[in-house]
Ligand binder design. Structure first.
Ligand SMILES: Cc1cc2nc3c(=O)[nH]c(=O)nc-3n(C[C@H](O)[C@H](O)[C@H](O)COP(=O)(O)OP(=O)(O)OC[C@H]3O[C@@H](n4cnc5c(N)ncnc54)[C@H](O)[C@@H]3O)c2cc1C
Length: 454
C-alpha cells in the first residue's frame, strides 16, 4: 500500500460523491468521479429539478468539514417549523425546535448538486459524465463503464472503488453475487410526485417563506418547501392504488377535482397543476438494508448505496453526508488501511443507519396521520417544555435526529423512553398548565438522568 497515493474511484456524482471527493483529494489521494447522467450544469434535466431537500445539522457539519458550507449557505432557506394547512384553509404553525436556532434548511437538490460538483472540480477532481458503471471486478479492482447505454465498454483500474451511486447501486448489484451477502428492500405502497407552486408577484413566495408547508390528510399528504427563486417545490405523497391514489387520478379533471377537495388553497396557486402532474414521473420509496458494505479493501458502499431510507425524517442526504464525517475521521485515525477502515466504518455506522431507516418509516405515519391531531400537537408543546426544564437531558427525538449529532440509534432508544414518559404525563390532560411537573421530575430523574447526556 502506498499511503495517500492509492487511486480512489467514486461511482456516482450525486450529492455525496463530490462531497467525499473534495475531502479525499485534500488528503492527497488521486480521485476520479464517474457519473451516469449528463452534466446538469450544461444540459437541462427536468426530473428532480424542482425537488428540494431539508438540510440539517449532520449535513451542515459534513459540509463545514469540507469547507464548502459558506457557498451552500447562499442557496438555503431556513424553515422554522411546519405550517399545517387544513382543508378550510386554516393554518397552524408548529415550531421544529426550542428557539430560532433550531431550524431545518430547504435547498434545491439540483443547486446543491451543482455547487458540490463545482467545488469538487475546483479542487481538481475530474468528473466523467455519461459514464454508467455496469460492473466491478471485486478481485482485480476493475470498474466497467459504458459511455451510453449502448456505447462501447470501458474499463478503469483502481485501488479502491467507493460506491456513491445511490439506491440503485451498480457496485451493490455486483456484491449481491457474493456468498452470504445480506440484502433487503422494502417498498412503501406510496409513491411521490414533484409539483411546483410558482412565485407570486415580484418573485415573492405565496405562502410563509420560513416554513415547511404540509397538507396532512390521513392517508396522504402534500408538502411544499421554499426555493430561493420564490417558488415552492411540492411533493404529493399518495398510495399507488386505491380510492385516493395515483392509480385513480388518471385524467386532468380527476386531478383537479381531487386538489379542489383536498388542497384548495394550493390549487388556487398552481396554474400548471395538471400539466405538471402528467409530465412528472411517479417515484417509489424504498428502504434498503444490506451487509457487508465492503469487499476486502477493494470496494465500499456509502450513502444511499449502503442504506437508502424513505424521506420522511428528511435524513437520507444528512445521513449520507454524516457517513463522510465518520469515514474521514477513521481515515485520519487509521490511515489508508482500507480493509480495516471499511470494516470499522460499517461497524460504527450500521446500527445507526438501521435506526434512522426505522425512524423514517415511523415519521411517515406521524406526518401523514398525526400532525393534524390536537393531542399530538399538545404532546409536542409538552416536549418543548420538558426540554426547557431539563436541557441536555430531555431532548425531543426530532431534535436529537435533526439538531444534534446524537447517534441515530441513541436517538431512537432515548426517544422511545421519552415517548412512554409523554404518554404517562399527557394522556389524561389537555393543557400544559395541568401537567403534573412533580411526576415529570421523578420520571426524568429515574429514566433519563442515569443515561449519558445528549
Ligand atoms: C422525494 C425525496 C425527498 C427527499 N428529501 C430529503 C430531505 O429532505 N433531506 C434529506 O436529507 N434527504 C432527503 N432525501 C434523500 C436523499 O435524496 C438521498 O438520501 C441522497 O440523495 C443520497 O445521496 P447519495 O449521494 O447517496 O445518492 P444520490 O444523490 O442519489 O446520487 C447517486 C448518483 O449516482 C449516479 N449513478 C447511479 N447509478 C450509477 C451508475 N451505475 N454509474 C454511474 N453513476 C450512477 C446517479 O445518477 C446519481 O447522480 C429525499 C429523497 C427523496 C426520494
Amino acid at each position: 500500500m502506498n499511503p495517500a497515493k492509492d487511486k480512489i474511484t467514486l461511482i456516482g456524482s450525486g450529492l455525496t460523491g463530490p462531497l467525499l471527493a473534495i475531502s479525499l483529494v485534500k488528503r492527497g489521494f488521486p480521485v476520479e468521479l464517474y457519473e451516469r447522467r449528463p452534466d446538469m450544469r450544461r444540459v437541462h434535466i427536468s426530473a428532480g429539478r424542482s425537488i428540494n431537500l431539508a438540510l440539517s445539522t449532520r449535513g451542515i457539519h459534513a459540509l463545514q468539514e469540507a469547507d464548502v458550507f459558506d457557498d451552500i449557505r447562499k442557496i438555503i432557506i431556513p424553515m422554522r417549523g411546519r405550517m399545517m394547512h387544513a382543508v378550510n384553509g386554516e393554518l397552524t404553525f408548529m415550531p421544529y425546535g426550542k428557539d430560532e436556532t433550531e431550524v431545518i434548511n430547504a435547498v434545491s437538490r439540483a443547486e446543491l448538486n451543482m455547487a458540490l460538483m463545482n467545488a469538487a472540480e475546483a479542487h481538481g477532481v475530474p468528473i466523467h459524465f455519461k459514464r454508467r458503471c455496469t460492473g466491478f471486478d471485486l478481485r482485480s479492482g476493475t470498474v466497467y463503464l459504458r459511455s451510453h447505454d449502448t456505447g462501447p465498454r470501458m474499463t478503469v483500474e483502481t485501488d479502491v472503488a467507493i460506491a456513491t451511486d445511490g439506491a440503485v447501486s451498480a457496485i451493490r448489484t455486483e456484491m449481491l453475487k457474493l456468498p452470504r451477502f445480506n440484502f433487503s428492500q422494502q417498498y412503501l405502497d406510496y409513491g411521490y410526485k414533484e409539483l411546483t407552486i410558482p412565485a407570486g408577484p415580484g418573485g415573492k413566495h405565496v405562502f410563509e417563506t420560513h416554513a415547511l408547508h404540509i397538507w396532512p390528510r390521513g392517508t396522504f399528504m402534500l408538502i411544499a418547501l421554499p426555493n430561493i427563486d420564490g417558488t415552492f417545490g411540492c411533493i404529493l405523497f399518495l398510495p399507488f392504488e386505491g380510492e385516493a391514489s395515483f392509480g385513480a387520478l388518471d385524467t386532468p379533471a380527476k386531478v383537479e377535482a381531487f386538489f379542489q377537495a383536498q388542497f384548495p388553497d394550493a390549487l388556487a396557486l398552481m396554474p400548471d397543476l395538471t400539466e405538471n402532474f402528467f409530465a412528472n414521473p411517479t417515484g417509489a420509496m424504498v428502504t434498503i438494508k444490506c451487509s457487508p458494505w465492503h469487499v476486502d479493501g477493494k470496494a465500499l458502499l456509502l450513502g444511499d448505496a449502503a442504506h437508502a431510507i424513505v424521506p420522511f425524517f428528511g435524513q437520507g442526504m444528512n445521513c449520507a453526508f454524516e457517513d463522510c464525517t465518520y469515514f474521514l475521521e477513521l481515515l485520519d485515525r487509521l490511515g489508508p488501511d482500507w480493509p480495516r477502515l471499511f470494516a470499522e466504518f460499517e461497524k460504527l455506522r450500521k446500527n445507526d443507519t438501521d435506526a434512522i431507516a426505522d425512524l423514517a418509516i415511523e415519521n411517515f405515519i406521524e406526518m401523514r396521520d398525526r400532525v393534524a391531531d390536537p393531542h399530538f400537537l399538545f404532546r409536542k408543546k409538552v416536549e418543548l417544555e420538558l426540554e426547557k426544564k431539563y436541557p441536555g437531558t430531555f431532548v425531543p427525538k426530532y431534535a436529537m435526529v435533526t439538531f444534534h449529532r446524537t447517534p441515530y440509534s441513541v436517538a431512537a432508544s432515548r426517544g422511545a423512553i421519552q415517548d412512554r414518559m409523554l404518554g404517562e404525563l399527557c394522556d389524561s390532560v389537555q393543557r400544559v398548565e395541568d401537567i403534573d411537573w412533580n411526576k415529570a421530575d421523578r420520571l426524568v430523574h429515574r429514566e433519563l438522568t442515569p443515561l449519558a447526556g445528549v
